[in-house]
Design a protein around this ligand. Structure first.
Ligand code: SF4
Ligand code: SF4
Length: 308
């Protein structure tokens, strides 16, 4: 089984739209949304929730008010000003360190598991998907990402599918590290802007560190032909394959607004480019095409008079 992870150096590059389009084209697969801080793949693939599971990460104090003697020790010791005389005054500031519970002379505080969100299993138009909802002000998104990936792998093994398509988080922080480790291929979706090129360099270093191969799809390539050219030169010099190049097109916005993939909207030029992207990725991953979808698109592309 192979895992393809779609990443970007920053948000807004079209990463989730490309993930959804690949979900449309790939044959048997399980989808995962590891962009748990801003999950929206479920909207584009028509997810219908089938299972919901609580996710706990870290601890939080619970105070037995009848035992509290209001000595003020917890107030004095909490570095985060989260507790005042046995009352949790700022739950979002609490780091769950347990200092208050350990030092309470009346043993009025106990530490309990902290709910950090939910992980979900949904049916979509393109197969099963595992995704998540992060709790409010919860900072353990890396752990939740690891849980989503674990559950996705279990499901893919159970369903005996050869591929996992994962919509990853932007950037190179904790959730990105949790997403990249152990993947078979990272597809970086990049815009031809100077900042995006800098972000790509950091993502390339991250993938290099974890020994995960990286390939690039340049999205909105026509926004700056000069930067697109420079980007391709730099990637060639570093032996990073450019497996897709897509012109700027408002069809991506239409797709998001109408909860569809770009493959489901008539736009032959974008469909052709994404089909080409999928051909290249499936060759790198060694997985087969969805013949019925590919033939349908091939016929459509060949019959388009203005297309060469
Ligand atoms: S340390 Fe314990 S007894 Fe003292 S104020 Fe805090 S909760 Fe109450
Ligand atoms: S667990 Fe730590 S951060 Fe939270 S209230 Fe107690 S001392 Fe403060």
């Amino acid at each position: 089984m192979k895992e393809l992870v779609i990443m970007s150096g920053k948000g807004g590059t079209g990463k989730t739209s490309i993930s959804a389009a690949l979900a449309y084209l790939a044959p048997e697969k399980v989808l995962a949304d590891c962009d748990v801080d801003a999950a929206n793949l479920h909207l584009m693939v028509g997810a219908r929730q089938r299972e919901s599971h609580g996710f706990v990460a870290g601890f939080e104090p619970e105070v037995n008010v009848t035992e509290c003697v209001k000595c003020g020790r917890c107030t004095a010791l909490c570095r985060f000003k989260a507790i005042d005389n046995g009352a949790i005054t700022s739950p979002f500031a609490c780091e769950g360190c347990g200092v208050c519970a350990f030092n309470c002379p009346a043993h009025a505080i106990s530490m309990r598991d902290k709910s950090a969100g939910r992980w979900l299993v949904s049916d979509t138009r393109f197969g099963t998907m595992v995704h998540a909802e992060l709790g409010l002000a919860v900072e353990n998104s890396g752990k939740l990402v690891s849980r989503v990936r674990l559950e996705t792998k279990k499901l893919a093994e159970k369903q005996k599918v050869p591929l996992i398509i994962t919509d990853g988080p932007p950037g190179i922080g904790c959730p990105a590290i949790a997403t990249v480790t152990g993947a078979d291929l990272v597809l970086a979706v990049v815009e031809p802007s100077l900042s995006a090129m800098h972000d790509l360099e950091r993502l390339r270093n991250l993938c290099g560190h974890f020994k995960v191969p990286i390939a690039v799809c340049i999205n909105k390539a026509t926004l700056s032909p000069a930067n697109t050219g420079a980007l391709k030169e730099s990637l060639a010099a570093n032996d990073v394959p450019v497996v897709g190049e897509i012109a700027y097109d408002s069809v991506f916005r239409t797709a998001v607004q109408t909860s569809r993939t770009v493959m489901e909207i008539d736009n032959i030029k974008v469909q052709e480019k994404i089909l080409e992207l999928w051909y290249n990725l499936s060759a790198l991953l060694g997985v087969t095409h969805n013949e019925s979808v590919v033939h349908k698109l091939d016929r459509k592309l060949k019959s388009f008079a203005g297309w060469v």
